[in-house]
Design a protein. Structure first.
Length: 94
């Protein structure tokens, strides 16, 4: 049986919650916020497999990179904003 280390807990909480934020913010930009909430609830409802997926630290990045990129792409349409491009550059640098 594997005991969770501090690195696993921090990675799961920090990157997992950031992934959840990007997921909600991306879906809320293209649909109603209630639908975005339902989508995120559905996506993270299988908590046992979700937690197992997040404790494997290299897999925790998949959701962050996907939803972070989708959030930045959907935010690029706003004129005179530099942060979506900086976010895209940072995510592609990872």
């Amino acid at each position: 049986m594997r005991v969770a280390t501090l690195k696993d807990v921090v990675t799961t909480l920090l990157i997992g919650n950031l992934t959840l934020f990007f997921c909600y913010a991306t879906i809320a930009r293209v649909a109603r916020p209630l639908l975005a909430f339902a989508f995120c609830l559905f996506l993270f409802s299988d908590y046992l497999l979700f937690a197992q997926w997040h404790v494997v630290t290299y897999r925790v990045w998949y959701g962050l990179l996907f939803f972070g990129t989708m959030f930045a792409i959907s935010s690029v349409s706003d004129r005179h904003r530099v942060w979506p491009l900086a976010l895209l550059g940072f995510l592609f640098f990872l």
